[in-house]
Design a protein around this ligand. Structure first.
Ligand code: PRP
Length: 189
């Protein structure tokens, strides 16, 4: 590993090959579900939630052999002390209307579910033809509100994860695998 990756002790949780396999599997399911539903005129709109989902989104769209279009949203988190209020502020909105479009929200991870719940409710109100969710990781132990994930890559334990888009103070997003930050003395990788 490059040296800067070692400023905290890391344990690889989901390696590069496994991530690639998960991406292929999810892309295959999406492709078969939307075959015949989308086309060049009306591509499948993949909406990445910045910043964490950018890596996953860029990989999965290249594995879907259907016409896709990309857009992004950035939202503020609701604040560490807030529990179930789920108030999320839109910092960057979509570039165009989603009315009548087939839309998939793409997330790197679903944790409490508050961000996703807000986005689902908000985007459903804009009249898409369909609205589904694709998340690479799901941390069910942390869930505070019920949300449906149509395309879920892997369930993960309640540990601090970094890599493949996930950060610690903006670091480690470029790590090509998902890792757990270990307590000092527990490093195994
Ligand atoms: C992460 C992740 C989701 C959200 C999930 O984003 O990308 O958007 O948190 O958490 P929740 O289920 O508890 O709402 P974060 O706020 O860390 O921003 P980032 O993607 O820019 O790192």
């Amino acid at each position: 590993m490059r040296d800067y990756w070692r400023s905290e002790p890391l344990r690889c949780l989901i390696g590069r090959e496994e991530i690639a396999a998960v991406v292929e599997e999810l892309a295959g399911r999406i492709s078969s579900d939307y075959q015949g539903e989308v086309g060049i005129e009306e591509p499948l709109l993949m909406v990445g939630i910045l910043k964490g989902a950018a890596t996953f989104l860029s990989d999965i769209v290249r594995a879907i052999p259907l016409p896709t279009a990309l857009d992004f949203m950035a939202v503020s988190s609701y604040g560490a002390s807030t529990t179930s209020s789920g108030v999320v502020r839109i910092l960057h909105d979509l570039g165009s209307s989603i009315e009548g479009r087939h839309v998939i929200i793409v997330e790197d991870i679903v944790d409490t579910g508050l961000t996703l719940q807000y986005l689902q409710q908000h985007l459903a109100g804009r009249g898409p033809a369909s609205l589904r969710v694709c998340a690479l990781l799901d941390k069910p132990d942390r869930r505070e509100v019920e949300v449906e994930i149509d395309y879920c890559g892997r369930q993960v334990p309640d540990e601090f994860l970094v890599g493949y888009g996930l950060d610690l103070d903006e670091r480690y997003r470029d790590l090509p695998f998902v890792a757990v930050i270990e307590s000092e003395g527990e490093e195994t990788t």
